[in-house]
Write a protein that binds this ligand. Sequence first.
Ligand code: XMP
Length: 305
Amino acid sequence: MIDAEKFIIKAVDEIRREAGDRRVVMALSGGVDSSVCAALAASAIGDRLDPIYVNTGLMRKGETERISEIFGHLNLHVVDAREEFLSALKGIQDPEKKRKVIGERFIRVFEREAKRTKARILLQGTIYPDRIESEGGIKSHHNVGGMPLHMEFEKVIEPLRDLYKDEVRVLAGALDLPLEIQHRMPFPGPGLAVRVVGEVTPENIEVVRQANWIVESELVEQFDPWQCFAALLGLGTGVKGDNRVHGWVVGVRAVNSRDGMTADPIHIPWEVMDRIASRVTSEIPSVARVVYDITPKPPATIEYE
Ligand code: XMP
């Protein structure tokens, strides 16, 4: 396991050396990787760090507010790009195309911000499994492949490039980041968009946001999963009151994993599943049924797209 103190000294030194007296910009999502990066950079270069949080409209319930609170002291700049992302996604069904559109939008927003801050250096929280999956062409991780290629930064710094997620969590503890950040589940860069199979609309994003909130509130504390979430899988028939209705089929996923490259579904007791099904269908009127996904990775992926 990683020697946190040693790593932190080395990484802070690297960032300071690489940055020189220039400004450094980074996308801070509030995930453990980017949060650790921000903490390292803040202690290396202080207020020459410009952390940007992009509210894509694809974030979980309360996430933007919470991240703004936690990182307010770092001069965090919150960009409201909800309209921009949701209109770019209009009419797009294909999963890879959705990822590309989100990645491109993200680059555009980020380019504007980098220009505004006059930063010449980009800091990224890329970790080892991100590099492996991107290089292998498994999917386009928007936070790895695209950004540096399209933007004219003098330099890209990736202090966590050789680490696994569990090592990053150890660093988060050593850096005294809040517990909720240390234990934060991975959340994909394209956000809730990859938890809606098919076209994303403002309405269905609201439904999946609410379903994710319920699933997290039922499972996170009790099972401490690598990840748990809800996704909209399509439409199916249900009965609500006296009527047959066509409503959403919500898939619930809860998995354990070391690095996201393989994963095993968690054995959730029936009573808990029962409560999730009844809460999701009663608290969200447009949901007709709830299913639990028991597929490991491989052959399935963790996310639905
Ligand atoms: P999959 O679905 O490929 O996901 O089994 C493996 C892990 O990666 C997360 N994930 C992403 N993370 N940008 C990210 O930063 C992305 O585009 C992305 N896609 C998936 C996923 O949540 C899981 O932890």
